[in-house]
Ligand binder design. Structure first.
Ligand SMILES: [Zn+2]
Length: 199
């Protein structure tokens, strides 16, 4: 017999599926919600649905956006000759925080990982190749994390981009091996950008 009413069990199951929550954490969150005003819980639920339904992928850079082309891609002030390739939308926020980079982005939505069975077809690589093929980029900065999968992905992309003639660089210094672009502070990213090397 279930311990809680069915609606509570169902909600707990949903929370338990979220990353880093687990069953115990899910129960704690659900009981916290049950103590809130019904209107506040509805606002929370509405915000979740709205974020999911209104969010699309920018058709240029593949970042999450609430319009077909995101504000960064629409911004005429940004340097159209520079392209920074990152693994996740969260990494864009990290690079933007350092206020040094003024080029464009491309978001892969993952990295190539033989151990996690992620192949080149599982990330937004075709979209990247099409963009670079169209021309206009003088430099493509590969800013995937400095770990095994990040390095594998960067080398794979560097090889594919070679025929297009753009200079291909990789963040070299500052980021510790095994570190994450997402969690790096502004100064670390600044150093990593300054120290990028051609691959
Ligand atoms: Zn965009």
């Amino acid at each position: 017999m279930p311990l809680f009413p069915q609606s509570v069990e169902e909600l707990t199951d949903h929370f338990a599926k979220l990353p880093g929550i687990g069953r115990k954490g899910a129960v704690r969150l659900v009981f916290h919600l049950l103590e809130q005003e019904a209107c506040d819980v509805r606002a929370f639920a509405d915000a979740m649905v709205a974020a999911r339904e209104k969010t699309v992928f920018c058709r240029e850079c593949q970042n999450i956006s609430d319009e077909p082309v995101c504000p960064i891609c629409r911004d005429p002030e940004r340097d159209g000759s520079l392209l920074c390739v990152v693994a996740e939308p969260r990494d864009v926020a990290a690079v933007e925080r350092c206020r040094e980079y003024n080029g464009r982005y491309h978001i892969l939505h993952g990295v190539i990982s033989p151990t996690r069975r992620k192949s080149p077809d599982d990330i937004r690589l075709k979209e990247l190749l099409k963009r670079v093929e169209r021309g206009g980029f003088q430099e493509v900065i590969l800013a995937t994390n400095p770990d095994t999968d990040g390095d594998t992905t960067a080398l794979y992309i560097a090889r594919l981009l070679r025929p297009f003639g753009a200079k291909v660089t990789r963040l070299a210094y500052g980021l510790p091996m095994g570190g994450h672009v997402e969690y790096a502070d502004e100064l670390t990213i600044l150093r990593a950008l300054d120290g990028r090397r051609e691959v």
